[in-house]
Design a protein around this ligand. Structure first.
Ligand code: NAG
Ligand code: NAG
Ligand code: NAG
Ligand code: NAG
Length: 412
């Protein structure tokens, strides 16, 4: 990293604008640039890439559709980039073979995103490796404990409808790798995410407030949740995704804020979790949660709904909590005791979850005393610990089991 510079040498980047008959193809081309990520690039150059991408976007977005923005193969650096719609029509970003690095210094960012794209219908984004160079940030910052959390997410996609994200790689983000919010009816295919297992707050893909999303054939290894589903996650299908290291596939946490939208219609199938803290998890805050600096108290936790969730055909390799419903989630241990969550879980299925647990208690269904979990289906579970059987632990869970499960499910 040391020689990746921001100090000196001149790199000449310019915009090449090719307007064809009915398409604006905008190419950000390097010329005379080593583009090798090793030669020092001056700060003016970083700025220049930032400007080049923004300008190219503006041309492609405002030109006759379909617009196309091309980042040719090569190594680049970039400060924060904001690309806003609406565009005249469908638009494509092609970054196949391009590796873009963020400067490691957090001080160079004043926004909560590195690449932000918002308000576009029919975006297709293909290729590109986005390296957040977050290693220093993980060491020095605890996002949860600061009043203003301005650590940039590598790729933030907001309000993008009918969009496709394909063959994209995110590594070492300073914060979450990808945030997808309000992007209805979209697809992600072959997404690769990579950061070390102890990197801080580096959720792989965080989803919230959207209806209709498929994520397929992807690989996520990171320091926090591989995929997290926040409020308003609806009709989502995850298939063929491997997770690990990480904190697993996680719904929630929910119930911390008033008026959260339901999480419903999640199908997670044919996935693998390797050497992770959790396998599949649903977590909600208990009533009376009190938390550090950002928002001081929740005199009451808030009602919410989680329903129609299916985890099916999941391979578990050496995972601490393979199956966990935790309605007493309280990371800072600052919750009022005996104040149950008001988030209601109904119609949750755990089917064919098999493999090795790293702890004896392989299934925990800790539901709320105030609103017990209803219609929790458990079928075809086989989780072993050190080659032997595992246990389960349940509270306030109305379960429905089929066949023989290891562990057996505690009676409700
Ligand atoms: C997701 O996949 C399902 C099943 O293949 C399909 O019916 C649905 O239309 C897909 N949704 C999106 C948003 O692509
Ligand atoms: C399951 O996902 C893997 C990729 O993780 C894929 O290779 C395989 O074909 C999928 N199997 C089914 C039955 O969909
Ligand atoms: C749960 O599933 C049953 C049967 O499919 C359905 O009748 C009921 O409305 C569902 N409940 C919720 C809260 O979604
Ligand atoms: C569970 O898996 C173990 C190890 O693969 C196997 O020996 C055992 O027969 C399985 N049990 C059931 C009930 O499927």
């Amino acid at each position: 990293m040391g020689k990746i510079g921001y100090i000196r040498s001149a790199v000449y980047l310019f915009l090449l604008l090719i307007a064809t008959n009915n398409a604006a193809i905008v190419d950000i081309k390097t010329k005379g640039a080593k583009g090798d990520g090793i030669t020092d690039d001056g700060p003016e150059i970083l700025t220049y890439i930032f400007i080049a991408i923004m300008r190219a976007w503006k041309e492609a977005c405002e030109g006759s559709p379909p617009g196309s923005l091309l980042i040719p193969p090569g190594n680049y650096m970039s400060l924060a980039v904001q690309l806003n719609g609406p565009c005249k029509g469908p638009i494509e970003i092609n970054a196949n073979g391009a590796t873009i690095k963020a400067p490691p210094e957090l001080a160079k960012f004043t926004t909560e995103s590195w690449f932000s794209i918002r308000g576009v219908d029919k975006l297709t984004m293909t290729g590109g490796t986005f390296d957040g160079q977050g290693q220093e940030t993980w060491k020095t910052t605890k996002c949860q404990e600061t009043t203003k959390c301005q650590i940039p997410v590598n790729l933030r996609f907001s309000n993008l409808r009918n969009s496709l994200f394909k063959d994209i790689t995110s590594i070492n983000s300073k914060n979450f790798h990808i945030s997808l919010r309000g992007s209805d009816n979209s697809r992600m295919e072959n997404i690769n995410i990579n950061a070390q297992g102890n990197s801080l707050n580096t959720d792989g893909i965080h989803i919230a407030k959207l209806n209709g999303l498929n994520i397929t054939n992807s690989k996520i290894g990171t320091g926090d949740d591989c995929i997290s589903f926040g409020e308003g996650s609806r009709n989502i299908r995850i298939e063929g995704v491997s997770c690990g290291p990480g904190h697993g596939f996680s719904i929630g946490s929910l119930g911390k804020f008033p008026n959260e939208e339901p999480v419903e219609g999640i199908l997670l199938k044919n996935c693998t979790v390797n050497r992770a803290i959790n396998g599949v998890r649903i977590k909600t805050w208990p009533n009376g949660a009190i938390n550090g600096v950002r928002i001081k108290t929740w005199p009451n936790s808030h009602p919410g709904i989680v329903r129609d969730i299916t985890f099916e055909n999941i391979i578990i390799n050496n995972v601490q909590n393979p199956v966990i419903v935790d309605q007493e989630y309280c990371p800072n241990k600052a919750c009022m005791k005996g104040a149950p969550s008001k988030v209601k879980l109904t119609n949750v299925s755990f089917r064919r979850i098999r493999g090795t647990s790293a702890s004896k208690v392989a299934m925990k269904l800790i539901c709320s005393a105030e609103v017990p979990c209803e219609n929790v289906e458990v079928a075809g579970i086989n989780l072993t610990f050190n080659g032997g059987p595992t246990n389960s632990q349940c509270t306030n869970a109305k379960t429905k089991t089929t066949g023989q499960n290891v562990p057996g499910v505690c009676a409700a």
